[in-house]
Write a protein that binds this ligand. Structure first.
Ligand SMILES: [Zn+2]
Length: 316
């Protein structure tokens, strides 16, 4: 049986389709995301046994071998969920559809759930997205660049050009640098540092030695020449000389900037890394259908362990 989210019907996944499928089929879809290797049939998370008793009325399973009781979301990022499976799937669809990100307030209105539920859920979905870049190494041709984000941003800053943004370093101690490393037509990795130069160590740890790097003229990138074939573009003169350019990195920053200004208005420093990872995930998956994106986020969330950061967040 083909998994629903991978079927042709799910390629364009509308909210209407999600609500029309009903709770049983939505539940089945979560089982397929949790246990893809077993066609959506339960596997004991404790001992790996594939024989379980199904306690259908409570949507729980009991392992035949070790008697462990579990549900489809036990031990995942969605553990102790408060939403129905239909709402949870709808939340994923709304979230992936938001090209500029989705504000928790927006999600709480769309799903008629409490703001705090939506707040935690959006952060859990970001955590699932971020897991895709974890431990990733980049190669081929990689563009690197940094830009300042976070703290309080006056709307006028949006119109500032890149050089002025750099000069804004000292205006607000809360602003931090997002450094992006982006393969041309490939994957990205992001990191948050106090200064752009501090990102060099991350670049060395993330980008493999045989990579061709493209960077702008900022002097802290000079050290990259010792380790990589590095091409520079002087942005005060031109944005591309036909080869050396950081346009892919720029389009990532443009998306993160639109998320910051257009959707969230303010990004608290402690969450900047997760918003950056979300923006790079959206960039890397920009050509994937929304059903395909929902499947990726759902799969990642169901494979992710219980969130240390967000578990019981509001009970603390
Ligand atoms: Zn077991």
């Amino acid at each position: 049986m083909q998994r629903f989210l991978l079927s042709a019907a799910a390629r364009t996944l509308s909210l209407k389709a999600v609500f029309r499928m009903g709770e049983d089929k939505a539940y089945r879809t979560f089982c397929e995301m949790r246990w893809p290797e077993n066609d959506g049939e339960a596997v004991c998370p404790r001992c790996g046994c594939t024989e379980t008793y199904s306690i259908t009325t409570r949507r729980k399973f009991k392992c035949v071998a070790c008697h462990h009781q579990f549900s489809v979301t036990s031990g995942t990022i969605f553990a102790s969920r408060k939403m129905s499976f239909t709402d949870l799937l709808a939340a994923i669809v709304i979230f992936v559809n938001g090209a500029k990100g989705v504000a928790a307030l927006h999600l709480s209105r769309d799903l008629d759930c409490q703001y705090k539920t939506a707040f935690v859920l959006t952060h859990k979905l970001r955590e699932a997205m971020a897991r895709e870049d974890m431990g990733r190494t980049l190669s081929g041709e990689v563009e690197v660049d940094g830009a300042y984000f976070g703290g309080y941003v006056k709307p006028a800053n949006a119109k500032e050009n890149r050089r002025d943004r750099r000069l804004a370093i000292n205006q607000n101690g809360k602003r931090e640098v997002v450094v992006v490393m982006r393969e041309r037509d490939g994957k990205s990795v992001t990191a948050v540092h106090k200064t752009e130069g501090a990102g060099v160590a991350t670049i060395k740890a993330t980008v493999s030695a045989d990579t061709v790097i493209h960077a702008d003229e900022a002097s802290h990138w000079d050290v990259l020449h010792a380790q990589y074939e590095t091409h520079r573009i002087n942005h005060s003169q031109t944005y591309s000389d036909g080869y050396a350019c950081t346009n892919m990195a720029e389009s990532f920053f443009s998306r993160l900037r639109r998320m910051e200004i257009g959707t969230h208005h303010h990004i608290a420093g402690r969450y900047l890394a997760s918003y950056a990872a979300e923006a790079s995930w959206r960039e890397d998956n920009r050509r994937v259908s929304n059903g395909g994106m929902a499947a990726k986020v759902g799969d990642a969330a169901m494979a992710a362990p219980v969130s240390r950061q967000w578990k019981g967040y509001w009970q603390r």
